[in-house]
Design a protein around this ligand. Structure first.
Ligand SMILES: [Fe+2]
Length: 512
């Protein structure tokens, strides 16, 4: 007994079933000496019941027993247990179970009984290897399944800190670890900020490593520090008795940090852990790349804003240049924008749409920049050539404003503000509903302000006369609905609007 207690257990449990007690005892002694935990039964049915509550790795079963045959016993066991490795003992090779039975019941092997049990021990050793490999494969498969199910989680775009949490949680559950940390370079900071912020690190710890990066670096043992450096420099896994350091690498196979996992019995999982860490590295790279793209986008948006601002300045200069050509039209554009917005309010347009009307009013004649002064300032009636020339300004204005997308919604209004309902307008001679509604609003606002302002070639009309002209033109030059609501607006709110225009125009003048 004392000798037996010194035998190192192989960690496998074997059940022996034979109706001869002598065989059971002999086998039990031989197997115990070989390092296996053994339990013997002479009653096969009692053994089957015992198997329901206790786990064994291997069953050695006598085939020919008085009460019940071995194949029937296997049949009962296979009803609830397919993992048990079963070896059949036969009295003579001619008495072995038929090959069909062996296959059908998933019996892994059989051997003849003899006094030395050498053949049986060899079979058991072979069985142990098979079981061990099967367990590794099963563990690997489970681990791979876990990794596969955790991949969408760690690839989910979220702040780096949360990705690190997810990576640690997933890898710790694979190894039943409770203490772990990740230390990585902050790539996004490297690129985004000045050199003063370069070489920043991001740290995330769990269990005894749950602390700030300052605390972590202050308490880091020289041995662990060296191993982290070794893992990073050689891009290799560094193993300890109770832990493992796995290198994290970017897409160029450069070190980006390490993951440390404190755990026991991880050696057969090292490959699996490497697979997971490769995925984790890719997820982190992805997140960093995304943050870099966001930063780039912000830079692009900023550049575009600056471009827009500069372009706005240019267009504004053009507009003011047009205004400056003719003292009589100064303030006209702002007023047209104002009236167009007022009409839009009656139609209950959104604030965005009202802005489009206002901006279109302000820029509607910007195309006149290309019209020569002798035409623009002519007091006599324009001849055909001159008229053709001035008719170009809506299209020219549309072209100027089309260069940047910010005026995209304004362009059609500028282009079509001289179209007429009866199709006799320009530049395209559109009719009725073919003319965008907002351009029809702009047309009425433009005409009204032109009529009520002094021009080089005529004095302004009175308000009533201007309203009358609008009504006369409704349905031919102007949209009837637009004229109707605008005339009603002038009837009700003329004084209020006049004050607002004067104030707003003063404001514009001061700003310029
Ligand atoms: Fe115009």
């Amino acid at each position: 007994m004392r000798k037996n207690s010194q035998i190192k257990s192989k960690g496998y449990r074997i059940m022996v079933i034979d109706d001869e007690i002598g065989i059971v005892d002999s086998l039990s002694i031989v197997l115990s000496k070989a390092g296996y935990e053994t339990k013997g039964f002479t009653d096969p049915l009692e053994a089957v019941e015992y198997l329901r509550i206790e786990t064994f790795d291997i069953l050695i079963l006598d085939f020919l027993m008085n009460s019940i045959h071995g194949d029937e016993v296997v049949s009962k066991i296979r009803e609830f247990n397919n993992d048990l490795y079963i070896l059949i003992l036969t009295g003579h090779k001619d008495l072995a179970p038929p090959i069909e039975t062996i296959k059908a019941l998933e019996i892994q092997g059989y051997c003849e009984k003899n006094d030395r049990f050498d053949q049986l021990i060899l079979l058991i050793e072979s069985a142990v290897k098979t079981i061990s490999q099967k367990r590794v494969i099963s563990k690997f498969t489970d681990g791979l399944n876990k990794i596969l199910s955790s991949i969408p989680k760690i690839y989910h775009l979220q702040p780096i800190g949360r990705i690190l949490d997810d990576i640690l949680n997933e890898i710790m559950s694979l190894t039943n670890s409770v203490n772990s940390f990740i230390l990585i370079d902050d790539i996004s900071n490297d690129t985004a900020n000045s050199s003063a912020n370069k070489h920043n690190s991001i740290y995330k710890g769990v269990g005894i490593y749950l602390c700030s990066i300052e605390e972590f670096t202050n308490n880091l043992s020289p041995q662990l520090m060296e191993s982290i450096g070794e893992s990073r420099m050689d891009k290799k896994v560094v193993c300890f008795d109770n832990g493992i350091i796995l290198p994290l690498m970017n897409e160029y196979h450069e070190s980006m940090g390490v993951l440390y996992l404190e755990c026991l019995n991880y050696h057969d999982m090292t490959k699996l852990l490497e697979i997971f860490v490769n995925q984790a590295s890719a997820a982190l790279n992805n997140a960093f790349l995304h943050s870099l793209i966001s930063i780039k986008n912000e830079e692009l948006i900023k550049t575009y804003d600056e471009l827009k601002e500069r372009y706005m300045d240019t267009v504004e200069v053009l507009r003011l240049a047009v205004d400056a050509k003719d003292v009589y039209t100064r303030g006209h554009s702002e007023r047209v924008g104002y009236y167009a917005r007022k009409i839009g309010e009656i139609f209950k347009l959104s604030s965005g749409e009202l802005d489009i009307l206002n901006v279109a009013g302000i820029f509607h004649d910007v195309g006149k920049i290309g019209t020569t002064d002798d035409i623009l300032l002519k007091t006599d009636k324009l001849d055909e050539r001159e008229y053709q020339e001035i008719k170009k300004h809506p299209l020219k204005g549309a072209h100027i404003l089309s260069a940047v997308s910010m005026f995209k919604d304004v362009v059609p209004l500028v282009k079509y503000h001289h179209e007429r309902i009866d199709g006799k307008g320009y530049p395209e001679g559109l009719k009725g509903d073919e003319i965008p509604m907002f351009a029809r609003i702009l047309s009425v606002a433009d005409a009204y302000d032109a009529m009520t302002s002094d021009r080089l070639y005529r004095t302004k009309l009175g308000i009533d006369e201007a309203k009358k002209q609008l009504i006369v033109g409704a349905g031919t030059q102007f949209d009837e609905k637009v004229v109707k609501v605008f005339v009603e607006l002038l009837d009700k709110k003329f004084d209020e609007m006049k004050k607002e225009i004067e104030f707003s125009y003063m404001d514009v003048k001061i700003c310029k």
